[in-house]
Design a protein around this ligand. Structure first.
Ligand code: ADP
Ligand code: MG
Length: 681
């Protein structure tokens, strides 16, 4: 070594001389703190070390293991001068490094980094339970009873080759009381969705955590980890293979970005965003920039815009009310649902695209799975947990796993995923907006049935969406011509597509807008109150007191949506125009899913019970007629039945035919022979 000074001296000098801006000896102080708090780790901010002695810092980066051993002895002797008893009681002192000068992308980790110190950012996707790991094993010789101590470092337990006192070569028994253990945990970190190059599968790497850094992060947490790259041998039929598994032995772990979900904007960029908002047509400009390749679907784009911006979440002492907006698109194949989701996942500052089945075993929520090798349980985070503080786009949500069907309810409303299985008890956060798409079970949407009947999703789940839209693919000459022209022209010339704001600007704008927490004004409160009461009354006036047209959930949805709309204008207050616009949008959504087509009244019952109330009444009348005719004459002739329907109930032939076909589809009635009906029983 060319240096005059030994590593030990250099490190001692660093501890003794490094001062922070206030002139404090940070590390001398930290060592004193260790004694007071009974801690066994000294955390070194690498920036300090680099600033103090760049050469020393570089050597640590290249060979952290050797240096840690030297540094440990320095710290130990410093501890000894402060409190000899405490220093003696420590089996183990950790030197932990944080804040390296440069990070390494998870995707780039490879052979070049073996045994080096690296810093990697990722998201924890699975975590094992915490298990004791023996670092110094004590064995009792079965012949003479002598205790043999052995430091452990490899993957497997090393046993003494021979007893130190009697030369016996086998029959050693581990004595846990005399051995030294530390806590250990294995976690897997994966590339963060926002770091993922388009169209690539996320990479992941296993990380070993030891001692006081176990269990401080959970699946779904975004972390910055420092550690050195270790190789684990693989075994094949002929013995040890030439290839290895790459592992990170963690030195330090920072749970980053629990809140930092947004892009950091420079003051100039913020100015640029304000200029965009100053345009009187800002709302229209934003809308026109949402998925410009998709023609029409204006209300859906509006909903997607509000979902991206989100409302304000309210953490109160007793309850937490989510600010995230959930939107469901249901509809015929080929209506650009998947495309819309794809767009949203890409433009959101933190977006994730998945399918109902989920891309891992954990599906949408989470799973406890048994690990192959050791048989221990590991907790794996699903899509909603990984999308914490972001937007989760779930395509084909109707094809969700059975396990998710139960767990997704609290995930959508309380935004948590509780787990209690295989000895693992945890609550994971899932504070994300959900943009979901579902296909009708029978291929196409049947407007005479409810959403619940059209897709195989429970109604309890549907009520957790703030807005639901139905996309129907009905041939319409004018619209078809326009869509065709749009798609064909775009296919010929990409440049026709020039949205007011490009994707990058949209991302920045959303990030900026999300920092604003608009407040409600009295005028808006009165308007919402008014609307809410009116809607609830509407069904009562309609006759059936039990029919509820709007629930408290929709009221909360109105608030969230109006907050999002104010954010779109970078406004601190919610104005009456926001209230009117979101009421209009809610009305559109309700019409599509809950409108009672016969009376024109909005009837949320349709969401819950199936048929709208008035339709249920009409069908009941038809069934009554069929019943009566069966009882009197034994058979129900088609023409007689229509006759009776129109004379007794004023139901004309075409209406009657519609009800009959619905009853036939339900299987309530059938045709025993042409021209005759019968009730199935
Ligand atoms: P879905 O998921 O609803 O079954 P997709 O999102 O896969 O449908 O859309 C099928 C294709 O049709 C896509 O390439 C999409 O761009 C195109 N498409 C459908 N509707 C429109 C539209 N309104 N404007 C532009 N393209 C459309
Ligand atoms: Mg699709």
């Amino acid at each position: 070594m060319a240096r005059q000074e030994s590593m030990e001296q250099a490190f001692t000098r660093f501890i003794e001389d490094h001062e922070n801006d206030e002139g404090e000896l940070v590390y001398e102080h930290a060592i004193s703190e260790m004694v007071v708090k009974g801690e066994k780790s000294l955390i070194i901010n690498f920036t300090d070390l680099y600033g103090f002695d760049a050469e020393l810092a570089r050597m640590v980066l290249d060979d952290p293991e050797t240096h840690s051993a030297i540094f440990t002895s320095v710290v130990r002797s410093k501890l000894r001068t402060r409190d000899p008893l405490f220093a003696e009681s420590l089996d183990w002192v950790n030197i932990r490094y944080r804040n390296l000068p440069a990070g390494t992308p998870l995707r780039k980790i490879g052979s070049a980094h073996i045994s080096h110190l690296v810093m990697v950012q990722g998201i924890i996707v699975r975590a094992s339970s915490v298990t004791p790991l023996v670092v110094r094993a004590t064995f009792r010789c079965s012949v003479c009873g002598e205790l043999n101590h052995l430091e452990q470092s490899g993957q497997t337990m090393m046993k003494p080759k021979k007893c130190i006192s009697c030369d016996n070569r086998k029959g050693f028994e581990l004595v846990p009381r005399e051995s030294v253990f530390v806590d250990s945990q294995k976690v897997t970190i994966q590339e963060r969705p926002e770091d993922l190059p388009p169209g690539q599968l996320p990479r992941s790497v296993n990380v070993e955590l030891k001692d006081d850094i176990v269990d401080i992060a959970r699946p779904g947490d975004r972390i910055t980890i420092t550690g050195f790259i270790k190789l684990l041998p693989r075994y094949g039929r002929g013995g040890e293979l030439r290839t290895f598994d790459l592992n990170i032995e963690a030195s330090y772990l920072d749970v980053s970005g629990r809140d930092a979900e947004l892009l950091d904007l420079s003051p100039e960029e913020e100015e640029e965003m304000r200029a965009i908002a100053a345009d009187p047509f800002v709302h229209q400009n934003l809308l026109n920039s949402i998925a410009p390749s998709i023609y029409g679907h204006d209300y859906i784009k509006q909903a997607v815009l509000y979902l991206l911006l989100g409302g304000v979440s309210r953490e109160r002492e007793d309850v937490r009310i989510r600010g995230d907006i959930n939107v469901l698109l249901v509809g015929d194949p080929g209506t650009a649902k998947s495309q819309m989701l794809n767009y949203a996942a890409r433009v959101a500052p933190r977006g994730l695209m998945t399918t109902g089945r989920g891309s891992t075993a954990a599906g949408l929520t989470a799973a406890v799975v048994k690990e192959g090798g050791t048989g221990s349980f590991v907790l794996e985070a699903g899509a909603l947990v990984l999308a914490d503080k972001g937007v989760c786009c779930i395509d084909e949500m109707d094809k969700m796993r059975e396990e998710d069907r139960g767990a997704i309810h609290p995930a959508m409303e309380q935004q948590i995923v509780p787990i209690a299985k295989g000895g693992i008890v945890a609550t994971l956060n899932a504070r994300c907006s959900i943009l979901a798409a579902a296909n009708p079970t029978l291929g196409r949407y049947n407007p005479y049935q409810t959403i619940g009947q059209n897709i195989t999703l429970p109604v309890t789940l549907l009520s957790r969406f703030d807005l639901i839209f139905v996309l129907r693919d009905i041939p319409d000459n004018q619209l078809d011509t326009q869509i065709a022209a749009h798609i064909l022209n775009l296919a010929r010339d990409q440049t026709l597509l020039s949205p007011p704001l490009d994707m990058v600007t949209m991302k920045k704008y959303i990030s900026f807008a999300k920092t604003i927490n608009p407040v409600l004004t009295q005028e808006v409160i009165d308007r919402f109150q008014d609307y809410y009461i009116k809607m609830r009354n509407a069904s009562i006036e309609g006759g059936e007191a039990s029919a509820i047209s709007i629930t408290a959930r929709q009221l909360e949805a109105l608030i969230r949506l109006s907050e999002a709309r104010a954010r779109a204008h970078l406004r601190e207050t919610i104005m009456i125009e926001d209230a009117e616009a979101v009421i209009n949008l809610t009305q559109k959504s309700l019409e599509q899913v809950g409108i009672d087509m016969a009376t024109g009244q909005i009837d949320i019952d349709i969401l819950y019970t199936g048929k709208p109330r008035s339709l249920q009444n009409q069908l009941q009348k038809v069934l009554q007629v069929i019943n009566d005719m069966e009882r009197i004459s034994g058979s129900v002739k088609e023409s007689d039945m229509y006759e009776t329907l129109s004379t007794d109930y004023g139901i004309n032939r075409s209406e009657g035919a519609r009800f009959i076909s619905m009853l036939m589809r339900d299987g309530t009635i059938y045709m025993p022979r042409p021209g005759y009906y019968r009730r199935a029983d």
